[in-house]
Design a protein around this ligand. Sequence first.
Ligand code: NAD
Length: 267
Amino acid sequence: MIRIAVHGAAGRMGRRLMALIAQSDDLQLVGAVDRVEHLPSDEEAAALCIQAGVSTGQFQDTVPKQAEAAIDFSSVAGTRRVLEQCAADRIPLVIGTTGLNAQDHLAIDHAAESIPILQAPNMSLGINLMMILVGRAAQMLGDDYDTEILETHHRFKKDAPSGTALGLASAICKATGKDLANDVCYGQYGPDPGDAPRERGRIGMHAVRMGDVVGEHAVSFSALGERLEVKHIATDRDVFAHGALAAARWLVNQPPGRYGMEDVLGL
Ligand code: NAD
């Protein structure tokens, strides 16, 4: 059995991870870590925490040292904290949290010198394949085709655009020699005529927040006379949770280093 700790255990992803670990044959939950004090009122999640040894009626404050891997779906502040702890305690870490900045990525690179770390803004097979497809399409179609990325998520999501949308933009930039900082245009607003022309070669990025949408990403490449769209719709959070568990299983056998889902999925 592989001993897993979930960081952000009380959250939407954390609760699903704990439920899937409880159902698996090869994983054992040894830590349910969160900043909130008390177990969730939701009976299933509370029972899972207790099963994981959180018998005091409270989430744990730190990842137990006996964990063979930690999985983090929390917040940027949470990731910073768990990264430091896992590096100090030599615990392999899967990071699913999004909204990380350049400095966070440098800190991950640094920690990856001593532990294996897999960080991915999206853990689904479909999205990771989509990253490859849109890069290839952008490279083949060139700037005669306008590239627009549209992402939609539930009303509770805290960062925008989504880490996945940025990942898609990055994949396109990498394939075309563009630059994420200079070639992406966030939204389009220009109330006066002439204020908001579409610039050739720019990658448009749009975020929509509404209701309970789990996650939708579409990239379109449009010319005069045709449009190619690549679209991914996540209908269930479990697709991310299964990906994160596959990542943890894979990561426990790796040497220190920084990895992505493409390594796990063999893409
Ligand atoms: P959520 O708000 O439902 O849950 C986050 C949990 O983390 C909460 O219980 C919160 O109390 C806990 N937390 C926050 N800061 C903490 C800290 N400093 N220490 C300990 N615990 C802390 O959010 P969610 O929908 O579960 O998503 C969590 C993160 O995962 C977000 O960044 C989201 O964008 C990302 N996400 C990534 C993927 C992926 O495939 N990589 C998929 C879904 C969500």
